[in-house]
Write a protein that binds this ligand. Structure first.
Ligand code: NAD
Ligand code: UGA
Length: 468
């Protein structure tokens, strides 16, 4: 049996809700897609006529927004109205690590998910299909179901219970590639028990995704698959970073090692780039959440295994900091460091858990003067990330630059922390003339032409390079 869906409401207009709903609207012109958020400023930015002011930067996003916005894609702060009319509601809210209380520092904070479930319970119609899009601890669907079970058609004592079904449909997009990941996903995962609801969601994806790519499971396997996928991806980054240190000690070259091992089909070539450690809003919080769940079930060996993936990540960032300080005669106090890149990876303006942010904070603590350039992160965001509110605009050691040229003037070192394309072909001859000698390049992403930089008198350190 088929269930017709005419209106979708997505709670959460963030990095997942915004692009995901844009791609659904673009591929399903017959659907009305309403994205709602409690953050009014974010909604205003999604509705900004000037598409360069959209709250998130993703290649290909503004083209879709210009096609669909105010046609069948709407961004609104009116949560109640949009919940009342929706046939299907996606929960796409943030699920960060808890900062206080039981499980602080590990467990996911589900207060935004619970608030969403309560609003659905109160305002949505009976029969609404509720879809978990956020990344959630295994068994969260049970909690949502329990909250929804107490919903009634009206406040009267004899009112009928409303009926909902809950599906898990985790999102696997990666930032910077969100649109291509959504348009051409490796797979779409749907977990659930109710066939009619599963088919209703599947029919939406079938508008642009081949059936063979849509995989259905029970709820718990779906919720857990998302956490495990992120853990395995992060583990690959920590593995290659651990070997980058070994390459540096032994005179090997991590790029060649990655290529050589990646040619083996069983290993594969992706996620083998050594660098300043993984960042982003999810890898760390999802592994912490897995560790918490494993401890809860008494699986101490499993939790300590995954803790090591996080430990290596912090260690990699600390050892890069030590390399910089040691190479620059043991002190960077009052030295000018040009920082290329602040986003956690290329092609996004997201700075959550950015390795650049963590390393910059430590460089500032060492007394360095930083001149930061990132093509997409705003100066306000950089200041917000580096300082608490009180010290904003008070720090003389921070300059935010509009170009690489602006940043390198009189710099003692360049530190490349995000792999933006424009850092791959820098004009080392010109740059060397602008820097103070002896000058250094610390290429933590291993993207530069080391030889060329060296030929122009710049000293080089690059992650995983043992031979200079
Ligand atoms: P985000 O912080 O960018 O967006 C979440 C939005 O939800 C915020 O704008 C917030 O204001 C809104 N919100 C919270 N509670 C609300 C409520 N009760 N009503 C209305 N709006 C509410 O987060 P994100 O990066 O989009 O991530 C969302 C979820 O998706 C997380 O669980 C994350 O783990 C998962 N995820 C993220 C990515 C990614 O690349 N960022 C990829 C896959 C999965
Ligand atoms: C990651 C996953 O790739 C997505 O599948 C998932 O949906 C998402 O998390 C999520 O749940 O939020 P994302 O964090 O956006 O996506 O970006 P990635 O490309 O995975 O990069 C994560 C971090 O690892 C970045 O800091 C990146 O620079 C780093 N990385 C990645 C490396 O250092 N080396 C690599 O080879 C790959």
């Amino acid at each position: 049996m088929n269930r017709e869906i005419k209106k979708i409401c997505c709670i959460g207009a963030g990095f997942v809700g915004g692009p995901t709903m844009a791609v659904i609207a673009d591929n399903c012109p017959e659907l009305q897609v309403n994205v709602v958020d409690i953050n009014k400023e974010r909604i205003a930015n999604w509705n900004n006529k000037d598409l360069s002011k959209l709250p998130i930067y993703e290649p290909g996003l503004k083209e879709i927004i210009s096609r669909c916005r105010d046609t069948n894609l709407f961004f609104s702060s009116d949560i109640i109205k949009n919940l009342k009319s929706a046939d299907m509601v996606f929960i796409s809210v943030n699920t960060p690590t808890k900062t206080k209380g039981i499980g602080a520092g590990q467990a996911s904070d589900l207060k935004w998910v619970e608030a969403s479930a309560r609003q659905i319970s109160k305002y949505s119609r009976t029969g609404t299909i509720v879809v978990e899009k956020s990344t959630l601890p295994v068994k969260t669907a049970q909690t949502i179901n329990t909250i929804l079970k107490y919903s009634k058609e009206s406040d009267s004592k004899n009112a009928k219970e409303k009926k909902f079904t809950v599906l898990s449909n985790p999102e696997f997009l990666s930032e910077g590639n969100a649109i291509s990941d959504l348009v051409n996903p490796d797979r779409v995962l749907i977990g659930g028990e109710d066939e009619i609801s599963i088919n209703a969601l599947m029919n939406i994806y079938l508008k642009w995704v081949k059936k063979e790519k849509i995989f259905t499971t029970d709820l718990w396997s779906s919720e857990l698959s998302k956490l495990i996928a992120n853990a395995l991806l992060a583990q690959r980054v920590s593995s290659i970073n651990s070997f980058s240190a070994l390459c540096e000690k032994t005179g090997a070259n991590i790029k060649d090692v990655s290529l050589a091992i990646g040619l083996d089909k069983r290993i594969g070539k992706y996620f083998l780039n050594a660098g300043p450690g993984f960042g982003g809003s999810c890898f760390k919080k999802d592994i912490l959440n897995l560790i918490y769940i494993c401890n809860h079930y008494g699986l101490k060996e499993v939790s300590s295994y995954w803790q090591k993936v996080l430990d290596i990540n912090s260690w990699q960032q600390n050892r890069i900091l030590s390399e910089i300080v040691n190479k620059m005669f043991g002190t960077i106090a009052d030295k000018k460091l040009a920082i290329f890149g602040f986003a956690f990876k290329a092609n996004t303006n997201d700075t959550r858990e950015s390795p650049s942010m963590h390393i910059c904070k430590k460089l500032l603590e060492e007394g360095a003067k930083l001149a930061i350039y990132d093509p997409k992160v705003s100066p306000e965001q950089i200041k917000k990330d580096l300082f608490d509110k009180k010290s904003i605009n008070k720090d003389d050691n921070l300059q935010i630059c509009v170009s690489t040229k602006d940043a390198v003037l009189d710099a003692d070192a360049i530190v490349i922390l995000t792999e933006w394309d424009e850092f791959k072909n820098l004009q080392w001859k010109k740059i060397s003339l602008l820097m103070r000698s002896p000058s250094w390049l610390f290429d933590t992403r291993s993207i530069c032409n080391i030889e060329e930089a060296q030929n122009h008198g710049i000293n080089v350190w690059s992650t995983g390079f043992g031979k200079y």
